[in-house]
Ligand binder design. Structure first.
Ligand code: IPD
Ligand code: CA
Ligand code: CA
Length: 163
């Protein structure tokens, strides 16, 4: 006689699918907790859609800003839509201090890319920018009016991270 319960390939596949679903739920919970914890190390955050932008008033040049955000488990802010741009601008206005974005044209002059090396889609340049003043402006700052300016990477700017 046939065994009452047989472990068929289909049965196993279903079990794996269920476990994968449960694992994903657990991962989502852990990721949320991690985001909350790193974000709490900062104050004055601004959330838009799934992204959380945060600053704590500290400042640094481009390299320091990137390293600071990376240590906190995030990235330097890089807006991909006008609403993300607006969320970052709110923080800049609160501190009344421009901030670097995670965008640069270090690799090829005039071709601005995200840290992922993908060419940028959304832009919000100030009139006349980018102008690569003095041939040495490969980083991008956001002014208090939300507009962008290409700028030397060596200035001191408000650090705004995204998580
Ligand atoms: C410059 C101006 C210019 C901009 C440059 C800046 P600075 O400031 O604001 O419009 O395109 O990126 O360096 O050097 O004259 O204080
Ligand atoms: Ca440049
Ligand atoms: Ca410029």
């Amino acid at each position: 006689p046939k065994a009452e319960c047989c472990v068929t390939g289909k049965h196993l596949q279903n079990q794996i699918r269920n476990l994968q679903g449960q694992l994903k739920s657990l991962q989502d919970i852990i990721n949320k907790k991690h985001k909350g914890k790193t974000a709490k190390d900062f104050i004055n955050g601004s959330q838009i859609s799934e992204k959380l932008f945060a600053a704590n008033g500290s400042a640094g040049d481009y390299k320091t800003s990137k390293a600071t955000c990376s240590r906190a488990g995030g990235h330097l802010a890089s807006p991909r839509t006008s609403s993300e741009n607006g969320a970052i601008q709110q923080i800049i206005q609160r501190y009344n201090k421009a901030a670097y974005l995670d965008i640069n044209d270090m690799e090829t002059e005039g071709i601005f890319k995200y840290q992922s090396m993908e060419v940028i889609g959304y832009v919000n340049w100030a009139p006349g920018e980018p102008n690569d003043t003095g041939g040495g402006e490969d980083c991008v700052e956001m002014y208090t009016d939300g507009r962008w300016n290409d700028r030397s990477c060596e200035e001191e700017r408000l650090i705004i991270c995204e998580f």
